[in-house]
Design a binder for this molecule. Structure first.
Ligand code: GLN
Length: 308
């Protein structure tokens, strides 16, 4: 398959759609993103890499960080997560408070904000206030790139505008599902969301999820195969909030989005993918990024459900 030609075809197909969707503004520092930006990287487990678009452009990974936080939590806490965070699709938006009230402060899954906030609480219990640094190190290690940093301006902007996340954390604390003080937990969460990467680095960071937990380039063991299965299953069922069903239906790959405009996706045993385009659809997922993955699935036939 000629992946470079496929990427170029995708780029030309999405170009007329640029301008659709809206860049996130509820975190003021995200609002300056250029809605016409687009980049896509494919990283094969053989080591080959294919790119199209503005691939050097860095952006904050936002909710994609929830994948890395959960990878760490699975390795560190395993069974202790059960009872504090579920593994069911939420069918609601990433920062909804309503379901949490009905369900006694237990978030449906770790890929919505309250789920990641509980995971941040567990990481703060384990690492103390250095938890954010541990997440950054874990991400750097997954990319094999130690130049990755946290965008402090975005983290501060999230902190100053994070009333909904504060409300989610407070509500869960009232149910006894948050054990530490709110401030270090939210700082950990905001800093993780504000990690900056480009599509090349992001695709590289999840290559092990396409290769049974082993980085095929360095041979480092990053995750237990059983945990890879769980992460990929959760990305498929919960990676796009209340649009996860549609994403699975149309694309059929484990994937996770962030409001910064990034989406990561895994083709097990073949490759990892990262796409960037900051204008979002009404579910808070990259509109053009979703479209690009849809085209990718159609042109390549890659899906976890069928071979074509
Ligand atoms: N930092 C964002 C928030 O807390 C992450 C949400 C997202 O990417 N969906 O609202």
């Amino acid at each position: 398959m000629n992946y470079q030609i496929i990427l170029e075809q995708i780029h030309s197909d999405i170009t007329p759609l640029l301008g659709q969707g809206k860049v996130a503004t509820y975190i003021p520092a995200l609002s300056i993103a250029d809605p016409n930006d687009f980049a896509m990287t494919l990283h094969l487990i053989t080591g080959e890499v294919f790119h199209v678009g503005h691939v050097q452009k860095t952006f904050s990974i936002q909710s994609i960080s929830k994948v890395f936080m959960y990878c760490m939590a699975l390795s560190l806490f395993e069974d202790k997560i059960q009872g504090r965070v579920g593994v069911e699709p939420s069918g609601s938006s990433f920062n909804s408070l309503v379901q949490l009230e009905y369900e006694n402060g237990i978030p449906r899954n770790p890929f919505i904000n309250p789920g990641a906030i509980v995971i941040a609480d567990m990481l703060v219990t384990h690492f103390g206030e250095l938890a954010d640094d541990e997440i950054l190190q874990f991400f750097r290690n997954s990319c094999d790139d130690f130049s990755i940093t946290i965008n402090q301006e975005i983290a501060a902007s999230e902190h100053d505008s994070g009333f909904r996340n504060l409300a989610l954390a407070s509500l869960m604390k009232s149910f006894g599902n948050i054990h530490n003080r709110l401030e270090p937990i939210l700082d950990t969460y905001f800093n993780a969301c504000s990690i900056e990467a480009n599509t090349t680095q992001l695709a590289r960071s999840i290559l092990h999820l396409a290769h049974n937990g082993i980085d095929p380039i360095t041979s480092n063991v990053l995750l237990h195969p059983q945990h890879v299965k769980r992460i990929n299953a959760l990305m498929l069922t919960c990676g796009h909030y209340d649009a996860s069903g549609e994403f699975a239906y149309k694309i059929g790959l484990p994937a996770k989005s962030g409001v910064g405009g990034g989406i990561i996706a895994v083709v097990p045993d073949v490759m990892s993918i990262a796409v960037y385009s900051p204008a979002l659809n009404s579910h808070g997922n990259s509109l053009i990024g979703t479209k690009a993955l849809e085209l990718f699935a159609a042109y390549t036939g890659h899906s976890i459900f069928s071979k074509s």
